[in-house]
Design a protein around this ligand. Structure first.
Ligand SMILES: [Zn+2]
Length: 137
């Protein structure tokens, strides 16, 4: 990253901390934000922006980035996510449908803060996984 100006990024990229995704993370960072993005690496990516016990604090943290000039938030969930596994197994949905529901709700919650939002689901190599039309999760 060649950015030498503090707090200059206009995009926040929310991506799971899963170490298997290091290559995918860099690839997606370039795709959605060039080198100009804040890294918001968090276990389970979008999930905690949706769950009742974590949503408000996560959104409050994200809202802080607005004051730094961030206008776009990109949320990227991934398959085989240890941070989401218990929740999707408890949901009764298949993994892809579960993530589609999480990403749709995360998008709505983050858009309510006034950000432009993009969401994606990827496999462990970083390939985009098509999301089904939804349903409620
Ligand atoms: Zn994960």
């Amino acid at each position: 990253m060649s950015n030498t100006i503090a707090h200059k990024a206009t995009t926040a990229l929310i991506f799971c901390v899963d170490d298997r995704l290091k290559g995918a993370y860099e690839q997606w960072r370039q795709r959605v934000a060039g080198s100009d993005a804040y890294d918001v690496r968090w276990v389970g990516a979008g999930l905690d922006f949706v769950k009742d016990d974590t949503r408000d604090i996560m959104l409050a943290g994200l809202a802080k980035l607005k004051g730094l000039g961030v206008t776009k938030v990109v949320v990227i969930d991934h398959l085989d996510c240890g941070g989401a596994k218990a929740d999707y197994e408890a949901s009764g949905h298949d993994e892809i449908t579960f993530h589609a529901g999480v990403l749709r709700q995360a998008q709505a919650n983050i858009e309510a803060l006034g950000f432009e939002v993009e969401t994606y689901l990827v496999d462990l190599t970083g390939n985009e996984v098509a999301l089904p039309e939804l349903t409620t999760v």
